[in-house]
Design a protein around this ligand. Structure first.
Ligand code: B12
Length: 214
């Protein structure tokens, strides 16, 4: 039977759980012959990691397997989304951060994808507190702030970020697992938008840039 992204994703998850980096790398290379980079990231990295997280929650995989799966994927994402040397557009002024928690892979994907699309944005890092995020955003006059969170309490902290940014023109787009699981959460925390992937972030930038110019 010919391999599809779906069958490769099953093998990829198995390779991650066996900590078999070589096999995981080879499966990504195979997948790249079947789909584009964002599709491969979504189907072979995001979905299997989410499934592994659910299995950890259900007690059928160990935290060490979750940790090592994340580490292997970090390296693979770096290879899939190489730093480009384009002269990048620096307007609007943009930044991205992981609020409070340390799950940094989603941020890395959004950051690298936007840069690979010719846009400049600052990386405020992960484990950033509400106060740090508000201060840096104001100090650097950021127009669009992308906030990534994977833990529910971090998602709730977005509300304090928005309060801290009250009176500024900064727009906040959020993303990450809690917002995927609870479709209305982004409104509850007063975010300006919610995005599933880098394409949504690009749409938001384009919309905001047009609005600013008009
Ligand atoms: C890998 C992982 C880890 C790794 C992180 C490695 C790293 N360097 O990032 C390690 C092992 C360190 C870890 C630790 C912990 N984890 Co963890 N982890 C995961 C796991 C399995 C996958 C996350 C991931 O990397 N996914 C792949 C990335 C690429 O996907 P993503 O972040 O969702 O990003 C995509 C989109 O969401 C979107 N996106 C993301 N951000 C943004 C932002 C914007 C603006 C936009 C537009 C889009 C966007 O774009 C990406 C590409 O499409 C999840 C399971 C899950 N359901 O997500 C649990 C999960 C997030 N972890 C969880 C927990 C509880 C923990 C720990 C507390 C465990 C512990 N007891 O120690 C610690 C806490 C660490 C901390 N302080 O932050 C829980 C959170 C539960 C909750 N309700 O809050 C989850 C959901 C597992 C579960 N099912 O219970 N974890």
């Amino acid at each position: 039977m010919a391999a599809t992204l779906k069958t490769l994703a099953v093998d990829f998850e198995r390779a991650l759980l066996l900590l078999d980096k070589q096999q995981a790398t080879s499966l990504i290379a195979q997948a790249m012959t079947l789909g584009g980079v964002q599709e491969v990231i979504q189907q072979l990295i995001v979905q299997p990691l989410t499934h592994i997280g659910n299995r950890w929650q259900a007690g059928s995989v160990a935290l060490s397997q979750v940790y090592m799966s994340g580490r292997i994927c970090e390296g693979l994402i770096d290879d899939l989304l190489p730093q480009t040397t384009l002269a990048r557009r620096a307007q609007p002024r943009m930044a991205i951060a992981v609020l409070n928690d340390s799950h940094a892979l989603g941020k890395r994907i959004i950051y690298s994808s936007l840069r690979a699309s010719g846009l400049e944005l600052q990386d405020f890092g992960h484990g950033v507190t509400v106060d740090q995020l508000v201060q840096r955003t104001i100090a650097q006059a950021i127009d669009i702030l992308f906030v990534s969170v994977l833990m529910y309490p971090s998602a709730l902290s977005v509300k304090a970020v928005k309060q801290g940014l009250g009176g500024t023109r900064t727009k906040v787009m959020v993303g990450g697992a809690p917002f995927m699981l609870m479709p209305d959460l982004w409104r509850q925390v007063d975010a300006d938008a919610f995005g599933v992937n880098a394409a949504d972030a690009l749409d938001f930038i384009n919309k905001h840039t047009v609005t600013q110019g008009s």
